[in-house]
Design a protein around this ligand. Structure first.
Ligand code: FE2
Length: 265
């Protein structure tokens, strides 16, 4: 694909998302949240791809995957008024269907179309499916990392803004009480990615976000998180109890190791 293709896709995306704008303030806030998120994921993916020595066409393809990764969110939100897949629809799968339905990718080679569609389809899978070929795998790793890096930004912004300005769909409307579950903490201690199904409070949500670092593939992504102080930003918003502090020590040690080992996963 060419640079012109990328420019065309960006124009298409801008028009498409604008068609979902609404006069309802709350809904508009949630729609704009995803437009802004997409913009940031695009920037993150270019930084991660270039920081991991990818070039030219691969960087353009990566940026296209980022641009379309959440294209399903707009129809999802408009129809179900939530970003929670479990309560509505799988937004990755929906996004891949929209790209096909709208014939957005027609102007680029068939193998590149397929690659982008597959990457959008599986970007939100709990783990990367093993059946996919290695090129799709590479772009999936890139978009999943770039997505996670930006989700940290979204959450920090959410917690730092006054309650009445928070976009309601960000933290899934969970109770903001001092509790947190031991299961979430054990995920941090065991270096496991926590799943959505076990979250009960906003603190669980914060712990789950942190656990996502264990699923980051590129060292460059972890470096971006550190550079922007996102990890400390979330840790600072957890209750500073003894067991949380102990888990955070393990967590910080893991991050240092990733940064010093110089390896991608
Ligand atoms: Fe997504």
């Amino acid at each position: 694909m060419t640079q012109d293709d990328l420019i065309y896709f960006k124009g298409w995306f801008a028009d498409y998302t604008r068609s979902y704008y609404t006069s309802d303030r709350e809904d508009q806030k949630n729609i704009l949240l995803k437009v802004e998120h997409t913009d940031n994921v695009c920037r993150n993916i270019v930084a991660i791809a270039e920081g991991s020595s990818l070039e030219g066409n691969q960087v353009r393809l990566a940026e296209t995957v980022a641009l379309f990764h959440d294209v399903g969110r707009f129809r999802q939100y408009t129809k179900y008024k939530t970003f929670r897949d479990a309560l509505s629809i799988n937004h990755g799968l929906l996004g891949s269907k929209i790209l096909i339905e709208e014939k957005v990718l027609q102007r680029i080679p068939g193998d590149e179309q397929k690659l982008i569609i597959q990457a959008v389809k599986f970007h939100n899978a709990f783990a990367i499916p093993t059946v996919l070929d290695s090129t799709v795998g590479l772009f999936l790793k890139l978009v999943r990392d770039a997505d996670k890096v930006d989700i940290f930004r979204v959450f920090i912004k959410y917690y730092e803004s006054p309650r009445e300005e928070r976009a309601s769909a960000t933290a899934f409307g969970l109770p903001d009480t001092p509790e947190y579950s031991k299961l979430m903490l054990s995920c941090i201690l065991n270096k496991q990615v926590a799943s959505y199904s076990n979250i009960r409070t906003e603190n669980d949500f914060k712990l789950m976000k942190l656990s996502w670092v264990y699923d980051m593939h590129f060292k460059e992504s972890v470096r971006l998180l550190q550079e922007r102080n996102y990890v400390n930003g979330i840790i600072g918003k957890l209750p500073q109890t003894e067991d949380i502090l102990a888990a955070m020590e393990v967590f910080r040690e893991y991050i240092s190791q990733r940064l010093y080992s110089g390896q991608d996963k």
